[in-house]
Design a protein around this ligand. Structure first.
Ligand SMILES: [Mg+2]
Length: 412
């Protein structure tokens, strides 16, 4: 066996190329091979949300102003977003991937990670699997749905590998190759390192990935300014990528009520909103919680405090029901401040290793994760829990989301 054959890869990360634009091209053959920009509204005053590779060739990218994009690429076609369509493609892609290899985690609406096992870890086998997977997604879902696959010792490195060749890429980085393949890259290639963190690290003379690879955990912590640096550097060195446990002890939000919201009903709507924000953060940190605490302060400075415990969850619908059960205080003066706190965390992967289609709760949690990612891409309130702010469809049967939401329940 030559050296390449001895290399082992533990993780596969599949990232769809120009996902929203590709969905549109798949759905509308007349757009294929053409520069396309997906926008929230057909108007000159907006920016591009996603560009097809044909448009990217002209320099159009996410964030380019529509007027600018038209100048850069005169023939460009603007298409309005279809969230339900993307969700539908997302679901079909997950199903296609699962026909080849189990999905370990859905990282975003167009990214998923799979753990390689047994002989799949050997480089030639891993490459063969990756090629079959890419082709299978196209065969089953549509030829426009091309993807870039990264293979690596952990999901962080696999993700960086998938970013290195677009579109339609396949890049592997084994543990032995980290410094050779990633070392020369700018630290901006590290997921989570934005312009501000880059500037911060530059002040410590950290410019390239290789500058980080040499750091001890203590140095990593001090240049980064937090424990995140230790985890990131260890992941870059090829260690298993683990989310720290004790980092975040609780996630909570509080809100002082303006006069028009100082009724029990309005205050409860605010509490639901705070809970929703907290659960988005919970899922973003890959935690599940076992405790929900509610605190209400009234205008006479008295307080109502109560908490409830349950088995670990990150399901917004379930937590909303728990919040309602806590919201039972005897008549009091008007509420003045509401706070909602989630605690008793368990890391997602440790909590329960359910396979993707196992169980109702798991499905619901995945659905919420997808909603989080779409909201991240399109702006905070693109999709939301229907009954949330008492503005839409006044609640009749209690809280929404006691099951997997149908695509129809997402706002277009
Ligand atoms: Mg992508």
């Amino acid at each position: 066996m030559d050296q390449a054959q001895n290399q082992e890869l533990q993780w596969l990360l599949l990232d769809l190329n120009s996902f929203f634009a590709s969905c549109e091209q798949q759905e509308r053959p007349e757009l294929r091979g053409k520069p396309v920009a997906v926008v929230a509204m057909i108007t000159d005053s907006t920016s591009v949300l996603a560009a097809s590779y044909e448009a990217k060739a002209f320099g159009v990218k996410t964030g380019t102003r529509v007027t600018e994009a038209r100048k850069m690429c005169p023939g460009i076609q603007f298409v309005k977003t279809h969230h339900r369509r993307y969700l539908d493609f997302h679901q079909r892609i997950l199903e296609a991937v699962e026909e080849i290899i189990p999905i370990h985690s859905v990282l975003s609406v167009d990214e998923m990670a799979c753990e390689l096992t047994g002989s799949q870890k050997q480089l030639p086998k891993a490459l063969d699997l990756a090629r079959r997977l890419k082709k299978h997604v196209q065969d089953r879902v549509g030829a426009c749905l091309t993807s870039s696959v990264g293979l690596g010792p952990n999901t962080l490195i696999a993700k960086m590998a998938s970013d290195m060749q677009k579109p339609n890429g396949l890049v592997w980085i084994s543990r032995e190759e980290i410094s050779q393949k990633l070392g020369p890259l700018s630290i901006r290639c590290i997921p989570g390192v934005g312009a501000r963190m880059e500037a911060h690290l530059n002040r410590s003379q950290i410019f390239k990935v290789q500058d980080l690879l040499q750091l001890s955990p203590g140095q990593a912590r001090s240049v980064w300014g937090s424990i995140v640096g230790v985890r990131t550097v260890q992941a870059l060195q090829g260690e298993p990528y683990v989310y720290a446990h004790g980092d975040t002890k609780s996630i909570g939000h509080e809100h002082v009520l303006p006069p028009d919201l100082r009724s029990s009903a309005k205050a409860f709507e605010v509490a639901l909103k705070l809970l929703n924000k907290a659960t988005v953060r919970l899922r973003k940190n890959h935690f599940r919680c076992r405790r929900l605490s509610l605190s209400v302060r009234f205008v006479d400075s008295t307080r109502y405090e109560k908490e409830i415990r349950f088995s670990e969850t990150s399901d917004t619908g379930f937590l909303m029901k728990q919040l309602r059960s806590l919201w039972k205080f005897p008549p009091r003066p008007s509420p003045l401040k509401v706070s909602v706190v989630l605690s008793g965390f368990e890391k997602e992967e440790e909590a329960h290793q359910l396979s993707f289609f196992d169980g109702e709760q798991d499905r619901r949690e995945k659905a919420f994760q997808v909603m989080d990612r779409l909201n991240e891409k399109f702006g905070a309130d693109t999709l939301y829990v229907a009954n949330l702010f008492g503005m839409k469809k006044k609640a009749t049967g209690g809280i929404a989301f006691s099951r997997v939401p149908d695509p129809e329940e997402f706002e277009e």
